[in-house]
Design a protein around this ligand. Structure first.
Ligand SMILES: Nc1nc2c(c(=O)[nH]1)N[C@H]1C(S)=C(S)[C@@H](COP(=O)(O)O)O[C@H]1N2
Ligand SMILES: [Mo]
Length: 195
């Protein structure tokens, strides 16, 4: 074993000791600012649990968790991406949205099983809870881009939980204004809860 590997190994086990949870594997720490924090029933973690001192927005939104996994932009952009073209309610026109599937993000944090509820929470406090089954059925993505431009904070970004409503029969028949209630823009927290 060379020195570099040894240091990496001991740093990892120290990190593991500092993390509260049981069987969860330790993932790589993000290099950039975390844009999305997954919490709850995860199989992997890369940060400690809820910190009442510094998890200020999560605290205001009443999040409580012992397991968490943070993604920076590069980690999200490195996942396989899909492109969808829903007609948006904001201007009534089709737009190209691109980003990883929410199911891929959950997989990257070691989420497994099916009896799960997925809480999707935005910076303004808006939140929806959908069964994992529906995340798959609607094929939710976490859009990073609209028409080739990264989504801005202050608009719909930096992350938007969204789906291709035009291609979902039970939504495509509804007026545009009723299709996207399950689509928080400015998503920053996803809670995974056993049902
Ligand atoms: N972050 C956030 N996302 C949101 C909302 C919101 O208030 N905040 N409203 C939801 C609802 S109820 C609908 S119908 C659509 C459009 O609402 P908006 O005009 O507030 O974006 O976005 C959804 N996503
Ligand atoms: Mo709405």
């Amino acid at each position: 074993m060379n020195k570099r590997q040894f240091l990496t190994g001991s740093a990892l086990s120290l990190a593991a000791a500092a993390l509260p949870s049981h069987a969860a594997k330790v993932g790589k720490a993000p290099k950039g600012p975390v844009l999305l924090t997954l919490t709850g029933a995860l199989g992997k973690q890369n940060r400690p649990g809820f910190d009442p001192a510094f998890d200020q927005m999560l605290g205001k939104h009443k999040a409580q968790f012992s397991s968490a996994y943070g993604f920076d932009y590069a980690m999200l952009a490195a996942l396989p991406a899909v492109t969808i073209q829903p007609t948006l309610e904001y201007d009534g026109k089709p737009h190209t949205l691109r980003g990883p599937r929410l199911s891929e993000i959950l997989k990257a944090a070691g989420v497994s099983g099916s009896q799960l509820r997925i809480l999707i929470q935005a910076i303004d406090g808006y939140a929806v809870a959908v069964p994992l089954e529906q995340v798959r059925q609607y094929d939710f993505i976490i859009a990073l881009e609209r028409d080739g431009t990264p989504l801005p904070l202050g608009g719909l970004g930096p992350l938007w939980a969204v789906y291709d409503a035009d291609r979902i029969p039970e939504l495509a028949g509804k007026p545009l204004k009723e299709r996207f209630a399950l689509c928080p823009w400015g998503v920053y927290h996803i809670g995974v809860q056993a049902i």
